[in-house]
Design a protein around this ligand. Sequence first.
Ligand code: BGC
Length: 750
Amino acid sequence: MKKYIFPLVLIILCFSLLLPAKDKRVIKEEVINKKVKELLSRMTLEEKIGQMTQITIQAVSRQHGTAKQHFEYDADKLREAIIKYHVGSMLNVYDVALSVNYWNKLITDIQNIATKETRLKIPILYGIDAIHGAIYTSGATIFPQAINMASSFNSNLVKDEGEITALEIRASGIPWNFYPVLDLGRQQLWPRLWETYGEDVYLDSKMGESYIQGAQGDDISKEDKVAVCLKHYVGYSFPIDGKDRTPAWIPERMMKEYFLPPFEKAIESGAQTIMVNSSEVNGIPGHSNYNLLTEVLRGKMKFKGLVVSDWQDIERLYTRDKVADSPEDAVRMAVMAGVDMSMVPLDFSFYNYLLKLVKDGKVPVSRIDEAVSRILRVKFMLGLFDNPYPNEKLKSQFASEKSDKINLQASEESIVLAKNEENILPLSKNAKVLVAGPTANMLSVLNGGWTITWQGDEESLYPKDKPTVLKAIQDKINPDNVKYVQGTDFDSEINIDSAVNAAKEVDDIILCLGEHAYCETPGNINNLKLDTAQLKLAHALIKTGKPVIIVMIEGRPRLINSIVGDAKGILLAFLPGMDGGQAISNILFGDANPSARLSVTYPKHPDDLMHYDYKPLESSEGNQYDPQWSFGYGLSYTKFSYSNLKLNKLEINKGDKIEISVDVKNTGNRIGKDAVLLYLNDEYASVSRPVKQLKRFTKIELNPGETKTVKFSLDDYDLSFIGRQNKRIVESGKFKIFVGDLDTEFTLNK
Ligand code: BGC
């Protein structure tokens, strides 16, 4: 017997070594659960309700921050919040980004009060909207917005962004990021479209997953990792009239097919916090939706983390939505629907109402315990009880050269080349150019909202060392060859005649059009048409007969149908971030080869807002799919050809995987990157299926003449859809696969 013991121990040892990550996670979870239980048992009702209360730093300020004055907090108010009201969480800035050092001081002061001056020493969970970099810390690495990151079709870059942003907000002392936005961008008018990863479910899910991997790694207690917050659960992005915070109507099948999957995948990827939809779906405000917040999120999706409200939205159940008949009832409704933490955020009303509700027996203590346990769990997972303070060491890696290099690459890979007639681009560096248009000489327009301030439109606060498009062009070519006449503001004429005159002396015109920076409701518009003044400038410059290259810098696809035909070249730059000016100039003059593809369909007509994954009946019997450019469209300065699209089997059984391979060759004479997109079509099904849907993508780099074989694998989930009974099903039959200009078919057996 004895002789078997040693090998047995060895086997167990090897086995535990083989499964370390998972085992360790389970053990850690058990330890955390015990700690949570123990702490909860020592808390008073007041202390518990305080944990569920989140206030903005604005609520405890002495003066707010502006270009000229520094933000300062009021120590008495801060103490009142943390000691008297036991507040568990705080957020954001008032109103302008702070320096890393100021953040460090602020967070240290806050945590000192929480962990040294309160009975239970529970650290504060500080959250921030670091949506494209640490946007509320001055000098941070500010990436392209999500709509661009998705257009890169490079999930590694999204992971890098997650990593770099996590490090930079942790360096500021903040462990919680209200990001990624997983709302699906299927309403082009919506002023938050650019915060999304575009219109496709798979692309959104994949980019969300990659961001989470980068931001959280495998352990959020690590010094350079943060907890992500998925938002805005769910259906917020699909308002019928396109205005922010207006009603969406989403039938169950559509909800399950399009809007829920990105959240499901993100939860599987380890997300621990979720923010609620600020609006309403099917007449039910997000914050009172028990079905979505509890039955679906907890019951079906098995989410264990904490649910935080959006800004002031619990109160709005009474003041705006009128589904609650008093502010107190609004609190009851939200907490009972499943909201664990209230972003109140300006006062202690939530605390007072909830205390009363529990004392009156209208909210059971068990529900409070549940919510508080979830909050404490995240605090333990983040390691805040061991060390709630900023880590001085991380500051040396803040906004490093390496991060900036990745940022520039992300920016270059996110800009779509939509038109290049007679290979007008890249331009010669000896060319004389006129640069015109309202977006040519501003940094704010390249970044959009959530940059340094909420609206991102305070041009004077932008870093002086980052170039606008104009400056980057002047730095690249002989500045004497660059003329600049703005021509128009966004919606009013300035000096169109001067621009036309200046055009006479140049070889090419670079016309930068688009939108000013905006965010949320202030960004509402009534239609997608580009402003008349800008179109007038474009027509006038086209009329000069000089080649016009249009650069669209915008948060959503503004209609340019009337100028597309006459423009020689078009770049759809969207919001390429702080390095966007450099990236645009690099592409225009050939120092970078564009490789982005549209993450949203670019409409041609004002009332024809379709998506690429339309249904067969939308393109038959007189109906037509007629966008300006479809999702997935984008050109390069080189050419790629696809061949040998092969499947490992022509027939598969349920549960089998289908392996796909295709050869991609660079047939041009420049090195270039190609986003290889694989689409699927279920040919006949019990519910009508889209003509095609993205199922996989990858990005490869090829030298001239080089060929690479790209391999993909699909499983049952990829073939599934939401059936007539509103359940996910897989049906046998024929499926078509499209890659590049090739297609092939296979059968799923009964
Ligand atoms: C936005 C959220 C954001 C929150 C906190 C709200 O207005 O909808 O996306 O996280 O403010 O700043």
